[in-house]
Design a protein. Structure first.
Length: 165
């Protein structure tokens, strides 16, 4: 998602953070889906995949909680979850986990999507001259940490994919 604009006010910031919450929910859900589809590990790479998916699910849950706290601090009327869910579904979830030949490709896509979303959101906030109800520096610090963790997730998936090939 390319935001392509500045974040103008608290309501828009809250909406964008809610999109992040739903993206994290999607990533967590897909990681759990893939975990359930795995058979018991037969070799060390299988164990690495299982560890990767478990870590991705935990990380996404933690990211979601951090984003929700910021939205709560904004003290704005949140956009209904269904509306955000529909937006994320149409923009980010056009494929199902089963659409990928390999669960690692799906996980890579999920990690890259989250990373790019946070990268764009950070850029949009940095380009904004709005006065937010919450401390913009704190919001940016949280988003940068989340983006770094998503980048590390991309690197971890890529590393496992390279070892499997």
């Amino acid at each position: 998602m390319s935001l392509g604009q500045r974040v103008a006010d608290d309501h828009q910031l809250a909406r964008l953070l809610q999109i992040g919450v739903v993206i994290e929910d999607l990533v967590e859900s897909r990681a759990h889906h893939h975990l359930e589809s795995l058979s018991p590990p037969a070799d060390p790479i299988d164990e690495d995949v299982r560890d990767l998916l478990e870590a991705a699910a935990e990380r996404s849950a933690a990211h979601r909680e951090r984003l929700e706290r910021i939205v709560d601090d904004l003290d704005v009327e949140p956009v209904p979850y269904e509306q955000i869910d529909d937006l994320v579904e149409s923009t980010y979830a056009q494929t199902a986990p089963e659409d990928f030949d390999d669960l690692l490709y799906d996980q890579l896509c999920n990690e890259e999507t989250a990373y790019k979303f946070y990268d764009d959101l950070i850029e949009a906030i940095e380009g904004s001259d709005a006065d937010f109800e919450t401390d913009a520096d704190r919001v940016l610090a949280v988003l940068r940490e989340i983006r770094e963790e998503e980048e590390a997730g991309v690197e971890r998936v890529t590393e496992i994919m390279e070892r499997r090939s």
